[in-house]
Design a protein around this ligand. Structure first.
Ligand SMILES: Nc1ccn([C@@H]2O[C@H](COP(=O)(O)OP(=O)(O)OP(=O)(O)O)[C@@H](O)[C@H]2O)c(=O)n1
Ligand SMILES: O=P(O)(O)OC[C@@H](O)[C@@H](O)[C@@H](O)CO
Length: 540
């Protein structure tokens, strides 16, 4: 597991109030407001019943169709739902309202990200701590940006961290982000975010939404369906929040530090995020909020109840909604992200013809990984199909049969470099070279294969992790010692030579063992995405 580094970057202090539109690219208004029939195409009985919302109330919201299977990237749980573009700006939103019987719902999100992360125990505020070399907050932004009916995302950061936040937005190409200055407490930060949305000035790029989502910037694993649930529930009830079962029992200590009483755990729930509110409800609550609440409170739902007499609808959330608080949470988040992006492997081959060793390797890979997709001929042209390949996968094995040449691998690398695939996640490329020792003296090949280090150094700059895998086998029986000299002094080669004995059955078994080993190595490289293997040449 890679050690957590305290990156230089963002500072700790929290201050002040003020709002700024994200500089750089002019933000195109994205406005897939949640409009009529939101549930009409989203299996209303399921969702409506999940919310105890009458299907008529549910049906009064916008239309939404399930996105293409696997259409979103990276390989994340749940399916991306794309909203129908019913309202894209204040003017068209009011136009949508004008249509008889059609309601539209403008939704925005406020992400409090102005904390100092004391409990994380590192110099960098946890929202900026790297996971796979990318700040934690960028994953949360990506999760919300995938939801096309959230019009604006207001990120609340300290003045000291504004520039760091802007560079994150630029580097990871986040859109529809407005920056607002944090307060000294979480509630004050959230209030600053709501103030920015409340401006609703004609020339303001931020419009006051009907429903506002509040979601901690350090909860990266938020999915569209829980966002949808809390928004619909907030529309019906005024407020809604995700909850989870308690893991530990809650107790009340007495003044002398002993147990006073314990709560019956089954009767209580943990309040998580996301939460959603009718904007006017939560904004009024914050406007009326006492200084004590602003200073010491931790629960937005409580403010809606206390100051607006609004009882939030509680929505069961998934286990992944937890808040990154301690260092261990970063390790957990990294493991979850690695697991999600290593679900799929794209095996790039010249032709559909699967020579025996390759077909064995594909079979072995399918035993190791959930989805193994074989793409043939894609390297011949950078067509739409190629683009489709690049969009779906973060792990590639480029098969080179009986050659140490890197031509195909380099073609794949240049396609990856031209795509934006590796901006968000490290892309693993394994250049697989099949060799039959009987036909091709290895010594002639090793020299060429060692170029992998140079290629790997180059593409690492684009977050592409390249390494090589030599799968050596022979059509006849070969004593293992006969080739040991070939590896004398050859760096980076952990050699596990394979030979074929006299009997065909044993040959077959030996070949399958070798290819199983090769598949295990490829799967490990994909799962670990360790920088330690970049530029290395492994031998199965
Ligand atoms: N003045 C503050 C304090 C917290 N937050 C944000 O509120 C979310 C949840 O708060 P918490 O987990 O308490 O974050 P920290 O206050 O940074 O953590 P700690 O209590 O360990 O210092 C985080 O995204 C944090 O950045 C904020 O926007 N403004
Ligand atoms: O980490 P803190 O205690 O500051 O606040 C965050 C959490 O309290 C909060 O996100 C949820 O409990 C839901 O309100």
């Amino acid at each position: 597991m890679r050690r957590l580094r305290a990156a230089a970057g963002p500072a700790r202090e929290n201050r002040g109030a003020g709002s700024q539109r994200c500089p750089g690219r002019r933000t195109q208004r994205r406005g897939r407001a949640v409009g009529d029939g939101l549930l009409a195409q989203l299996r209303p009985p399921r969702l409506a019943s999940a919310l105890n919302t009458s299907s008529s109330a549910a049906g009064s919201l916008a239309a939404m169709e399930p996105g293409p299977p696997g259409g979103s990237r990276p390989a994340e749980p749940g399916r991306r739902l794309s909203g129908a573009p019913l309202a894209t700006s204040a003017s068209s939103r009011s136009a949508a309202r004008a249509e008889p019987g059609r309601l539209s719902l403008a939704v925005a999100a406020v992400l409090p990200a102005g904390g100092s992360g004391e409990r994380m125990g590192v110099p960098t505020p946890k929202q900026f701590c790297p996971i796979l070399d990318r700040p934690l907050i960028s994953y949360t932004l990506q999760a919300l940006e995938r939801v096309c009916w959230i019009k604006d995302i207001v990120v609340v950061v300290t003045r000291e961290n504004m520039e760091a936040m802007r560079s994150i937005i630029r580097k990871y190409q986040h859109k529809h982000i407005s920056l607002v200055e944090a307060g000294v407490t979480r509630h004050r930060s959230i209030f600053n975010g709501l103030n920015a949305l409340a401006q609703d000035q004609p020339d303001c790029k931020l419009c006051k939404p009907e429903v506002v989502i509040i979601h901690d910037a350090v909860r990266p694993f938020v999915e569209e369906d829980v966002l949808l649930k809390v928004v619909i529930a907030a529309k019906a009830h005024g407020a809604a929040g995700a909850i989870r079962p308690l893991v530990s029992t809650v107790i009340s200590p007495s003044a002398d530090g002993c147990l006073d009483h314990s709560l019956e755990r089954a009767r209580y729930r943990a309040s998580e995020m996301p939460q959603a509110f009718l904007f006017d409800v939560i904004y009024k609550a914050y406007q009326q909020c006492s200084d004590y609440d602003l200073e010491f409170g931790t629960e937005c739902l409580h403010l809606a109840l206390k100051y607006c007499d609004t009882k939030a609808k509680l929505v069961e959330g998934s286990p992944d909604l937890w808040k990154v608080t301690y260092k261990r949470d970063l390790y957990t988040a990294e493991s979850i992200i690695k697991e999600r992006i290593s679900q799929e492997l794209c095996v790039v081959m010249d032709t559909k013809e699967e020579k025996e060793p390759i077909s064995y390797l594909l079979e072995a890979l399918r035993n190791e990984l959930n989805h193994v997709k074989v793409t043939c001929g894609a390297l011949g042209y950078a067509g739409r199909d190629t683009q489709h390949i690049l969009e779906q996968c973060y792990s590639f094995a480029c098969v080179n049969f009986m050659t140490s040449d890197f031509h195909k691998t380099k073609k794949l690398l240049s396609m990856l470099e031209e795509s934006d695939l590796s901006i968000l996640y490290p892309v693993v490329v394994v250049s697989v070279h099949f060799f039959d020792f009987k036909l091709v003296p290895l010594s002639q090949r090793m020299e060429n294969l060692m170029w992998i280090r140079e290629f790997a150094k180059e593409v690492k700059k684009r977050n592409i992790l390249l390494c090589g895998l030599l799968i050596s086998y022979s059509q006849g029986s070969v004593c293992p010692g006969a080739y040991a000299d070939l590896f004398q002094g050859v760096p980076h080669v952990a050699h596990l030579l394979t030979w074929r004995s006299a009997s065909p059955k044993q040959d077959e078994q030996k070949l399958q063992e070798t290819l199983t080993q090769g598949a295990i190595i490829i799967a490990a490289l994909i799962r670990e995405r360790s920088l330690g293997f970049v530029g290395q040449l492994l031998v199965a």
